[in-house]
Write a protein that binds this ligand. Sequence first.
Ligand SMILES: *Cc1c(COP(=O)(O)O)cnc(C)c1O
Length: 410
Amino acid sequence: MTEAGGEQAEGQDVFRGSFTQQEPIPDEAILAAGEVLRSGRLHRYNVAPGEVGETARLEQEFAALTGARYCLAVASGGYAISCALRAAGVEAGAPVLTNAFTLAPVPGAIVAAGGRPVFVETGDDLTIDLADLEAKTSESGARHLVLSHMRGHIGDMDRLLASTEALGLVLIEDCAHTMGATWRGIPSGRHGRVGCFSTQTYKHINSGEGGLLISDDADTFARAVLLSGSYMLWDRHIAAPGADTFAPILGDVPNISGRMDNLRAAILTPQLKLLNERCAAWTERYRVVERELADVPGLHLFTRPPEEGFVGSSFQFSLPGAPPETLPDLVRACSARGVELKWFGAAEPHGYTSRYSHWAYAAPPELPATDRTLATLLDMRLPLTFTLEECALIGRIIRAEVQRAMASIG
Ligand SMILES: *Cc1c(COP(=O)(O)O)cnc(C)c1O
């Protein structure tokens, strides 16, 4: 604190907030959770005569919100993806394509479904590289693609759909970071056979753990319901097809329990009506940080296409010209001023952050384009507990530290 002059002026700004602190659960959700607890009927199929359980109600409301015919609530986002893959016909040992820039639960879900992850290159806009998708499809013979909208970057869905159609791929969308987002006004999760969402604490609605799966495909969806562990009670689902879809497949589908319970559903349903407002608040924060980081030499911002109604719940930037060894120093310098950045180029996985080359069980291939992108990619959460002023402060701290880092490499 006693250091002289110039350094101090910028150097004294420190951010004191927590990057892992989400908003409290709304009172209405707490009341609804209390009612479920008092009833003792926590299991989704444990309903009083004539009662619609909280889980079935959540499914109905999420289907309405996204415009999907069917919705199934499950135990986690990862479970939703593996359940979708099995329901869509992935068999033991089958290759399943996914973009290499994603989070560990995605290849994990592919393996849980019995599949073998085949990673596809990520372009410099952080979305899947369509030329490599074509190459990897023909090399592997894969019939399924899990498209992970990692960190909310949706990519050109018109071109993507043209590719998956031409290649004959079944598309499963991982919308863990795009709940509430759109492409040309169509909700994320509505472009493929199945859309999968997570309601884990760090996603857009919060029940601690949980997942949602939406689809318009009656057969795939009925299989997902049976897979999730519906016993003989699949007729207690509301946002689901009728008995004629279930009847022919009842004996064909194993029970791989992964249901949601009424307590978590009760916590989630009241959050759905806050979703639009929350998404707007995230994107407002994103834009504030983005403004602070505009025109910093050496700092690359990701341009968001006008068709993309993204949700700015996290922020990414990169330093394409910087030698990778400067990145850990920058992360440390920001951290010393209270700003938590994650670096996707690290040799070892850390905290929640890992990348495809760390997932040795999946025998990752060489992906030079993805490596180039991830080598200088930095990432940060933007919880709604941050004010706009705090977001501006965070942006100024990053700007100052990036300027310092760039100056030191000359
Ligand atoms: C969080 C997340 C998931 C699913 O996570 P769960 O913890 O299983 O709910 C899937 N994909 C991505 C990209 C995620 O960040």
